[in-house]
Design a protein around this ligand. Structure first.
Ligand SMILES: Nc1ncnc2c1ncn2[C@@H]1O[C@H](COP(=O)(O)OP(=O)(O)OP(=O)(O)O)[C@@H](O)[C@H]1O
Length: 226
């Protein structure tokens, strides 16, 4: 059974041309599904539909075995699918890194002590303990990106949705991110323009083009490198 499945999904922003025209996608346990496609193709839109931040005009969204429609249907999806947004500033809003990483576990009912243990364990795992007490908005772009991953992993999600996770990372941190993601058991959907990253990490790639998802044409270098 697929963990996440989109079937015939259509979507248009109000007063704009349609972005998705019947997109199909299924994520199975253990998969690291990469999604590529031109700027503006609709990749971030697709991830937002998976967690119910946007609602398709037609088609089915099935998450963790249940078809989802109303906003309330997505509450548990947002807990079980950890979303790392394209822009870290959309995700980090607490004064310090420790508070940002603790926010999710506290929200899920952890005690202050339990949350702080999770903060230390998660930051240690990502080799980010040196950032623990830093002021979040003063971090560099790459540091923010790694901290957003920590905020999501602290909630121990079943699935990861990563939107351009290598943005702002230098080569060394990109390589570390690959190692970290390869070590995780979660299935993931990874939106990325970075062909090297996709090749290292992905178990499968789909290309979003003209509102549809399809396997990239192996004869088209342009399609694979977008
Ligand atoms: N809130 C919005 N209102 C209107 N149009 C929007 C909105 N958000 C996105 N769009 C448009 O919808 C299309 C798809 O955007 P989306 O961000 O999903 O693309 P993307 O494939 O993730 O792009 P990129 O690779 O540049 O991140 C684009 O043309 C974008 O301008």
């Amino acid at each position: 059974m697929a963990l996440i499945e989109l079937s015939g999904v259509h979507f248009a922003y109000p007063h704009h041309a349609p972005v998705l025209h019947g997109a199909d996608m299924a994520l199975a346990a253990g998969e690291r599904l990469c999604i590529t496609g031109h700027n503006g193709a609709g990749k971030s839109t697709l991830l937002r539909i998976v967690v119910g931040l946007l609602s398709p005009s037609a088609g089915r969204v099935t998450c963790f075995g249940e078809e989802r429609h109303a906003d309330a249907d997505f509450h548990d999806v947002r807990r079980r699918a950890g979303f790392v947004f394209q822009d870290p500033d959309d995700q980090l809003f607490c004064p310090t890194v420790a508070e940002d990483v603790a926010f999710g576990p506290l929200n899920l009912g952890a005690s202050r002590g339990e949350a702080m243990e999770i903060v230390d364990r998660t930051l240690e795992r990502l080799d980010l303990m040196h950032l623990r007490d830093r002021i979040t908005h003063k971090l560099s772009g790459g540091e923010k990106r790694l901290v957003t991953l920590a905020t999501v992993l602290a909630m121990d999600p079943e699935v990861l949705l990563l939107d351009e996770p290598t943005n702002a990372l230098d080569e060394k941190n990109e390589a570390r991110l690959v190692e970290i993601l390869l070590s995780l058991p979660q299935a993931m959907i990874i939106v990325s323009h970075n062909p090297h990253f996709r090749n290292r990490l992905g178990t499968r790639t789909l290309r979003l083009q003209d509102g549809l998802l399809a396997a990239p044409d192996p004869n088209c270098r342009h399609a694979l490198n977008a």
